[in-house]
Design a protein around this ligand. Sequence first.
Ligand SMILES: [Mg+2]
Length: 282
Amino acid sequence: MKSLNQINLSILLCVLLLSNPISSQELQDNTLEKQLILSVLYTQTSTEFIANNIQTYTSAASHIEEALSDKSWTASLEQKSDFSLKQPAIILDVDETVLDNTPFQARAILTGCSYPCGWVDWGLEASAEPVAGVKEFLSYAKSKNIKIFYVTNRVSELEDATKKNIKALGLPFDEDVDVLLMKGENNWTSDKTARRALVAKNHRIILMIGDQLGDFISLKETEKPVAERKKLGSKYKDMWGTKWFMIANPMYGRWESAIYGNKYPESEEDLIQMRLDALRTE
Ligand SMILES: [Mg+2]
């Protein structure tokens, strides 16, 4: 016979399941997803992360005046020549640069159902909050008549929802040209080089902001073993903090696939073991 406490617990669980938005998803083994918990908590709860993002965007804003007056200034490796008279533009990545998708990551931890599982549904909700500092930064850039482009590797079926989300946050979104360049449109792959080149055709790209190396350079160049990949930091040392601005993303990215030699292993056990093997102890 169940004790009163057990009955109360059962009732509480039923209430929780009925009221919790993740209850409709099948709960799976979340051993792997649980490894995300401190990264997600850091981004969701720490003032340190907010301060870091405000710092990044304030620093980016402080370079706008110089970038506007120096007509030879470009932040794009794809921008080759004859750009001095073109309208200045800024390119931003979307996920974790403009939009905060940490609720999606939190759901993955709780359900054990991680990317791509549930990702499109989350995107269609169009309810992501802005990354700290981005709104003030973009409003300042807009006041300087700078064109704002969003270059994202979200799938193209999320285009309308992404636009809706960005506009609902009051961020600039011009309608005269396509300012939201998705993966899958015009045969665009995950490599953003072609999209940067397209923006560079009619604009002088003065700053770029992202959370992945691929937001600045070709994907091919980023796909290196960890030690070699780390050298890209100093290779582009003249760009960071003046023309390129990196938002920290401890939750996911190509930095993680580099740990596995840029090829995800078949099993979760192997993946967790490779993470352990990658730890440096001296
Ligand atoms: Mg991103």
